[in-house]
Write a protein that binds this ligand. Structure first.
Ligand code: G16
Length: 562
């Protein structure tokens, strides 16, 4: 019989969830008194008491350092707050897309995901707690605002301190709680099973098996970067679809991701890029810590920009069996994502939505039956099969296209540009900039570009001149519920359709990260194969000059270029 006790606590002022959950250094969660307890209680407090009774909560995460402690705390606090059942991935491990899938499958009231995504882990790395609602999607701003409000005034939390679960054994564990008529249940489930079942319904596994292990199979290399994706890649790609075991690397989830950033981009997935350059593999992909992001590479390391990736999937969408059944309801991309998907939407007469950065903004459109496929420049691709971006889904979508078109990644991409034109895109990240300097730079820039005199100005770099057509701080009005999200990024739009965008990241844990995005469309077939960095250099120069970024932050180069 476990006791429920009330513990007095003091609020913290800094528990505002960012783009996707609360992310802080591990030390903040571990060493600040009751920091994690406060946030977990504030989160659970947003669940209505009637939904807790008879309700289930899914718990999973990328297995990073401090996750096991956090799972035990969630169990103890959820039980004390009257949640009837927790369904937890074995050893606390479950990818973000798999959590979304399971929430939907068992009709849970929501889920808690323990991840800081692509941020580094280990005792000196980051930890994160994210709440997803009953649709399976990240909590919308209305809910995260409530969590933040509660966290600012919290005075006590409820906990069953003696309750301990065995996270390693699959099966049901029940616990009697003092003064509770019904026992509290914890179910430990296989992390992969229900997600793999879902994928079997979406894709043609027989065709994929032929592609990966038939007589004229292609060679793939998938890098799980020691994040949560190891077991998924091993079971689905290797064991079920027959790719040789050595097709998958870094598949043992590690608490510190082997000391690396589990971030699938050209900088942090450099090993994969190197291996692909050798020319042995036809297709390569990497995933982030929690398995929702993906990077796709072709033979010899041919890089598929994420904005192009979603556009290619959009242009070939009917080769995926799921969409043959559901039809194509709409496309969406986040505002900074290049306009490549827009061209496909226009040509195929599909409605296109432009949302702020953050997967949570796609959820309403999907729930309303208006959106089938969406993507973000930040290596996120997905569809309405769940309410999170889905790294392995994106890989299977690409493999389906390869199987259907019988072309290489590079040929598919080049054909696409020939047909639709090419959006040259790059993103510069300036990580861990002094917060005050970053905020001031953005404020000054906002003042400058919102001034009426800014419109019509001509900016020249080299032999290129661009005229400002429009400038604003992006604001989104949700077409489903009418909610307004302001201050979503500074945009400078030029008369030729090129765009310069600045925004502050909402996923960092220390200092500020400034992101600069450049998007420029080219339809001249003679020019579409140029190097994006060369092609976009004039616009980068103009962006740095207008923003005075280097002078105001002291940074003369970005940390990461995509
Ligand atoms: C999260 C969100 C994404 C967003 C990304 C980047 O990804 O889920 O929708 O695009 O952050 O956000 P920011 O530019 O604010 O850093 P993840 O994979 O970190 O959960």
């Amino acid at each position: 019989m476990s006791k429920i006790i009330t513990v007095k606590t003091k609020p913290y002022a800094d528990q505002k969830p960012g783009t996707s959950g609360l992310r802080k250094r591990v030390a903040v969660f571990q060493k600040s008194q009751k920091y994690a307890e406060n946030f977990i209680q504030s989160t659970i407090s947003t669940i209505e008491p009637q939904d807790r009774q008879g309700g289930s909560l899914v718990v999973g995460g990328d297995g990073r350092f401090f996750a096991k402690d956090a799972v035990q705390l969630i169990v103890q606090i959820a039980a004390a707050n009257g949640i009837d059942r927790l369904v937890i991935g074995q050893n606390g491990i479950m990818s973000t897309p798999a959590v979304s899938c399971l929430i939907r499958e068992i009709k849970a009231v929501g889920g808690i995901i323990l991840t800081a995504s692509h941020n580094p882990g280990g005792p000196n790395g980051d930890f994160g707690i994210k709440y997803n609602i009953s649709s399976g999607g990240p909590a919308p701003e209305g809910v995260t605002d409530r969590i933040f409000q509660i966290s600012k005034t919290i005075e006590e939390y409820f906990i069953c301190p003696d309750l301990k679960v065995d996270l390693s054994t699959i099966g049901k564990q029940t616990f009697d709680l003092e003064n509770r008529p019904k026992p509290f249940t914890v179910e430990i489930v296989d992390s992969v099973d229900s997600y793999a079942n879902m994928l079997r319904d979406i894709f043609d596994f027989a065709a994929l098996k032929e592609l990966l292990s038939g007589p004229s199979h292609i060679k793939v290399r998938l890098d799980a970067m020691h994040g949560v994706m190891g077991p998924y890649v091993t079971k689905i790609i290797c064991e079920e679809l027959g790719a040789p075991a050595n097709s998958a690397v870094n598949c043992i989830p590690k608490e510190d991701f082997g000391g690396h950033h589990p971030d699938p981009n050209l900088t942090y997935a450099a090993d994969l890029v190197e291996a692909m350059r050798g020319g042995e593999y036809d297709f390569g992909a990497a995933f982030d810590g929690d398995g929702d992001r993906n990077m796709v590479l072709g033979k010899h390391g041919f890089f598929v920009n994420p904005s192009d990736s979603v556009a290619v999937i959009g242009a070939n969408i009917t080769s995926i069996p799921y969409f043959q059944k559901t039809g194509v309801k709409g496309f969406a991309r986040s505002m900074p994502t290049s306009g490549a998907l827009d061209s496909v939407a226009k040509a195929t007469k599909v409605q296109l939505y432009e949302t702020p950065t953050g997967w949570k903004f796609f959820g309403n459109l999907m729930d309303a039956g208006r959106l089938s496929l969406c993507g973000e420049e930040s290596f996120g691709t997905g569809s309405d099969h769940i309410r999170e971006k889905d790294g392995l889904w994106a890989v299977l979508a690409w493999l389906t296209i390869l199987a259907t078109r019988k072309q290489s990644v590079e040929e598919i991409m080049k054909d696409h540009w020939q047909k639709f034109g090419r959006n040259f895109f790059t993103r510069y990240d300036y990580e861990e900039v002094d917060s005050d300097a970053a905020n001031k730079m953005i404020k000054d820039l906002e003042m400058l570009i919102l001034d009426a005199a800014f419109i019509g100005q001509k900016h020249t770099a080299g032999d290129k001149t661009y005229e400002v057509e429009k400038a604003d701080n992006f604001e989104y009005s949700d077409p489903v519920d009418g909610s307004i999200s302001k201050n979503q990024g500074l945009r400078i739009l030029f008369t030729d359709g090129s765009r310069i965008i600045f925004r502050l990241s909402g996923t960092g844990s220390a200092g500020a990260t400034i992101r600069l995005y450049i998007d420029s469309y080219e339809k001249d077939p003679q020019k579409i194969y140029q190097d994006p960095q060369v092609m976009l250099a004039p616009l980068v120069g103009i962006a740095l000059k207008i923003s005075q970024l280097q002078e105001k932050t002291g940074r003369d180069a970005p940390t990461v270029i995509t």
